[in-house]
Design a protein around this ligand. Structure first.
Ligand SMILES: NC(=O)C1=CN([C@@H]2O[C@H](COP(=O)(O)OP(=O)(O)OC[C@H]3O[C@@H](n4cnc5c(N)ncnc54)[C@H](OP(=O)(O)O)[C@@H]3O)[C@@H](O)[C@H]2O)C=CC1
Ligand SMILES: CC(=O)N[C@@H](CCC(=O)OP(=O)(O)O)C(=O)O
Length: 353
């Protein structure tokens, strides 16, 4: 006798489905047993089926759905219960309030709702936030640290790609109080898809290939959310240096973090603190002492790999992390939050290697 397991289905919309993170969301959601995709938006591809725009989805069940150029009213009318916003920052905020007010739960991949202080938002994004009430309601959706708040949220602000690779290694050490709060230095590299699927001369193949350079110095906009979350973990203000680099690969983020260990703190506790923090975390893979993380092992997965080292001469811990910017740094992490919000296993649809 066969036993059939029927999983509940949640109706889902992807708004901004033709970009890099939108495409990644489609890839994961078309394979998710608990999802019925009811809406995928794109202005330029409106009317075309998903598989025609992304031939990799040809013959995949559900890929006959057509892109629509939708507004809030039309998205809600599809019966969507959850909407992923994979829109440029600034645009996402114009959809969020209308959807939440119509009872659609929102998972926003943009930076619009990640900060909780309106002044910091204005400092980094150059304009006043259009909806500070919703900004303060939004949960910063790092699933490893806020599962209970994510589970009941109306709006989740999914963390940025660089921040995810930096926060996961550092939060346990700041929570344990072993790091100096004003002596953190981070050097990160991102694949070119991090900049989005748009025409731009600096992003052309001949401009970025065979090349490696820093950008966004000295105050990349991600500094604001990283310092916010590290200050939350430390219980005091954390100030850091952050230098992003563009690396000539499609996807992948590699972050090398060094931080000074406080006088009297035990550097031998670093490995144990990480292991205790992530004992039940399916997507955090601890590599061990003196083991660097490599982007080639995480691309197209929802995993973050983390290695660590300690240099007694400088009294600095060295944390090395790698993730895929469009998966754990964006679409995969957003689906991880979706699973928690909808009562699915946290890993549902995400064990694709
Ligand atoms: N790429 C990455 O690694 C990461 C990106 N993010 C964030 O996720 C969001 C999406 O990023 P990404 O996928 O790279 O961006 P893309 O530029 O690749 O895609 C943007 C999407 O939004 C749609 N769009 C653009 N402008 C508008 C508009 N005014 N109204 C409605 N739809 C619009 C585009 O389709 P169309 O023009 O056809 O309408 C497209 O589907 C951004 O906020 C980004 O900062 C977060 C983490 C990592
Ligand atoms: C390579 C590149 O340009 N990366 C982007 C960061 C990725 C991103 O989209 O930022 P959010 O996570 O905040 O949305 C940048 O530096 O602005």
């Amino acid at each position: 006798m066969h036993t059939f397991f029927v999983m509940k289905q949640v109706q889902v919309a992807v708004v901004g489905a033709s970009g890099y993170t939108g495409q990644e969301l489609l890839r994961i959601l078309l394979n998710h047993r608990g999802v019925r995709l009811v809406c995928a938006t794109s202005r330029q591809y409106a009317g075309q089926p998903l598989w025609e725009v992304f031939p990799r989805f040809r013959q995949v069940p559900g890929s006959d759905l057509r892109f629509t150029d939708s507004d809030v009213e039309a998205i809600a009318a599809t019966g969507a219960e959850v909407a992923f916003l994979a829109l440029p920052h600034g645009v996402a905020a114009s959809y969020a309030r209308g959807l939440v007010d119509r009872g659609v739960r929102v998972i926003d991949l943009s930076a619009d709702f990640r900060l909780n202080c309106p002044d910091v938002y204005e400092e980094y994004y150059g304009n006043a936030h259009p909806d500070t009430a919703l900004m303060q309601e939004a949960v910063y959706g790092l699933p490893e640290w806020r599962p209970a708040e994510i589970a009941r949220a109306r709006i989740v602000a999914s963390p940025g790609c660089y921040p995810t690779s930096i926060l996961l290694p550092l939060i346990p050490l700041f929570k344990a109080g072993i790091l100096e709060p004003e002596d953190v230095v981070v050097c990160s590299g991102s694949g070119v898809s991090g900049a989005g699927r748009k025409a731009s001369i600096p992003l052309l193949f001949c401009e970025c290939n065979e090349s490696f350079h820093a950008y966004g110095v000295p105050k990349h906009r991600h500094l604001s959310e990283i310092e916010q979350e590290l200050s939350w973990a430390a219980g005091e203000t954390v100030v850091m240096s952050f230098t992003p680099h563009l690396i000539p690969v499609n996807t992948g983020i590699c972050s090398t973090i060094t931080a000074r260990v406080k006088e009297g703190a035990d550097p031998d506790s670093i490995g144990r603190l990480l292991e205790e923090a992530y004992a039940g975390a399916p997507f955090v893979r601890l590599l061990g002492r003196n083991q660097p993380a490599d982007t080639k092992n995480v691309t197209r997965t929802n995993c973050v790999d983390i290695g660590w080292a300690y240099d007694p001469r400088t009294k600095r811990v060295i944390l090395m992390s790698a993730e895929d910017n469009v998966v754990k740094g964006a679409g995969g992490q957003a689906v991880q939050s979706f699973n928690i919000m909808c009562g699915f296993d946290e890993t549902e649809g995400l064990w694709v290697l």
